[in-house]
Write a new protein. Structure first.
Length: 162
């Protein structure tokens, strides 16, 4: 069968005189710039929030706190792995455990904050309902997400090449 364009190796992308081919190493591909990583981080985080919401709503009859803990755990493990593989393209540089320890440690901060938020909602409102609870936790997750982006980027991208 004759060779096609699809069989050819990827062509390098020139940007500012620097080679940005896939073989150029970590952080050298055009898609590995910080803005591209941040866009992928937000998309993965949004997907993880959908998983969080689904698990939280499915387990809501157990109470807000147990549902929150399980939903945070499930969505965090999924998000950390997707960030390692997709957001930072670090599967060849960092293992599963590295991403889980870093992202999981930062997620504990998010869990504490979201748990306090749910407790405050219970105290300050008569019956906020599960949708208000989910929206409040998603808002808190956005703030904690910025810290996770910086932490995961440091561990998965910046530090391995140092």
């Amino acid at each position: 069968m004759p060779a096609t364009v699809l069989d050819a190796p990827p062509a390098p992308v020139r940007s500012g005189g620097r080679d940005r081919s896939p073989e150029a190493g970590p952080g050298r591909r055009a898609g590995d710039r910080v803005p591209a990583q941040f866009v992928r981080f937000v998309l993965v985080g949004g997907s993880a929030n959908v998983v969080y919401a689904a698990v939280f709503l499915l387990l809501g009859r157990l109470g807000d706190q147990p549902a929150n803990v399980v939903a945070v755990a499930a969505s965090t493990v999924l998000a950390n792995e997707l960030h390692r593989r997709l957001t930072f393209r670090a599967a060849d540089r960092a293992g599963w455990a590295t991403a889980q320890w870093t992202g999981g440690g930062l997620a504990l901060l998010g869990l504490a904050t979201s748990s306090l938020t749910l407790a405050a909602l219970d105290t300050w409102t008569d019956s906020a309902g599960p949708l208000v609870s989910v929206l409040a936790v998603v808002a808190v997750s956005g703030a904690v997400g910025l810290a996770r982006f910086a932490g995961l980027r440091w561990v998965l991208v910046v530090r391995p090449g140092a």
